[in-house]
Design a protein around this ligand. Structure first.
Ligand SMILES: Cc1cc2nc3c(=O)[nH]c(=O)nc-3n(C[C@H](O)[C@H](O)[C@H](O)COP(=O)(O)OP(=O)(O)OC[C@H]3O[C@@H](n4cnc5c(N)ncnc54)[C@H](O)[C@@H]3O)c2cc1C
Length: 380
């Protein structure tokens, strides 16, 4: 078994690490404080090819793999959870479903501008009354002539205000057994009847754009249906499996940042005449954090590798998402503890890590849903 990264993977990681340290990190505090979506940073990431990492060159991508992409998400998440979340959502939820399931025409029209960094895309699944139970989608799409007319509402959709296209799920008919058929539709940004606002005041990932979408008689040509119309539900489950790897990678980044800050502070802070890193109680916290970060990273890379090998990765991506997000929460919580009162102050940044990490236990399937996915894979 080979645990080495390839030369290309190492090079991309270094490039993204430098970009994260030099360009994103100095802005991270303000992005959080002012809930400011860093549009210019995304433009720059587009120019560097970061938005196209896991897509083939023929579709404008960098021809990288999922492992490389996971390393990039971790590096960005290490310095800024908000930018990390919007990056992960743009690639895994915005562009990926068009790459997985789109027709050649859809890839030319909607995927290539995304991989080239000319815009972002969003994935609108969640509704006010259909969260974990995404099969309970109420949004409807009716075929009238050669158009679908879509009506409904989506909530908490990442990047929607800045997206050039949004893929939404909607009920498009009924199966023979009476169950709803859910399909996915690509809606270009300026389509009449689609209203996007960002009214939420969030606890964390404050600089990541989170939007509400109201769809009122939104007309899209029937060619805008994504993939097999009868398999929309399976398509979004597959999309979420892939997205979980990126959320897990983001969690590893936040957990690593928490460890780095806590270790540096523990060495520097003196109480009772010595640095607090000499106290076994603090050492044990740091040891646990380091071990969990390493385990979480291994799980992310294994799930990414399985996906790259075209092997089944549903269980492993759920393991990675569940363990890494809970690791990020525990590590950021311990980082605050190690900082004592200073950790409770905004200035020391670790409280931001905790606020950002919390989202990762909720988005793209809550921790409870991950445990259900794993249990189902065990045959329960
Ligand atoms: C910042 C942010 C960004 C987001 N971005 C997107 C996006 O880009 N696109 C998108 O489509 N969605 C997005 N979401 C929505 C997110 O995926 C949902 O919030 C998540 O799936 C949970 O749904 P819910 O919030 O409705 O919670 P609910 O489903 O109402 O769950 C509430 C609680 O009940 C538990 N629960 C529910 N069902 C079960 C069960 N069967 N067994 C045990 N426990 C259960 C849950 O685990 C949770 O603890 C985003 C959310 C946030 C906060």
């Amino acid at each position: 078994m080979n645990f080495e990264l390839t030369k290309e993977q190492e090079m991309t990681r270094k490039m993204v690490r430098d970009f994260a340290n030099n360009v994103i990190a100095p802005r991270a505090v303000d992005i959080d404080r002012h809930a400011e979506f860093p549009k210019d940073i995304f433009d720059e990431m587009g120019r560097l090819g970061l938005l196209g990492i896991p897509f083939p060159e023929e579709y404008g991508g960098s021809g990288g793999d999922t492992v490389t992409y996971a390393l990039a998400v971790e590096e960005i998440g290490r310095v800024c959870g908000s930018t990390g979340l919007s990056y992960a959502a743009a690639v895994s939820l915005g562009a990926s479903p068009i790459y997985y399931f789109g027709t050649e025409e859809q890839k030319q029209e909607y995927l290539i501008p995304l991989t080239k960094g000319e815009g972002l895309a969003s994935f609108g699944l969640t509704e006010p009354n259909a969260g974990s139970d995404a099969g309970g989608t109420k949004t409807r799409a009716e075929l009238t002539g050669d158009h679908y007319v879509i009506n409904g509402e989506k909530c908490w959709i990442t990047n929607a205000e800045y997206a050039r296209s949004i893929t939404v799920t909607a009920v498009s008919g009924k199966r023979e057994d009476g169950k709803n058929i859910i399909s996915a539709f690509i809606i270009p940004k300026d389509t009449e009847g689609m209203k996007i606002t960002s009214p939420y005041e969030k606890m964390g990932v404050r600089g990541s754009n989170t939007s509400e979408i109201i769809l009122e008689d939104v007309k899209v040509p029937k060619e805008n249906i994504l993939g097999d119309p009868s398999k929309g539900f399976h398509q979004f489950l597959y999309t979420l499996d892939g997205g979980r790897i990126s959320i897990a990678a983001l969690a590893v980044g936040i957990a690593q940042a928490s460890l780095d800050k806590a270790l540096a502070y523990a060495k520097e802070r003196k109480q009772f005449g010595q640095s607090i890193s000499k106290f076994q109680a603090i050492q044990f916290k740091l040891a646990d954090m380091a071990m969990e970060v390493e385990l979480a990273r291994n799980m992310v890379l294994k799930a990414a590798w399985l996906k790259d090998q075209k092997k089944d990765f549903t269980k492993e991506s759920a393991y990675a998402k569940l363990f890494a997000s809970e690791t990020a929460f525990r590590s950021s919580n311990q980082a605050i503890q190690i900082h004592g009162g200073y950790g409770y102050m905004r200035e020391y940044e670790v409280e931001r890590f905790l606020r950002d990490a919390k989202l990762l236990e909720i988005g793209e399937g809550t921790s409870e849903i991950q445990r259900m996915v794993i249990a189902r894979q065990l045959g329960c």
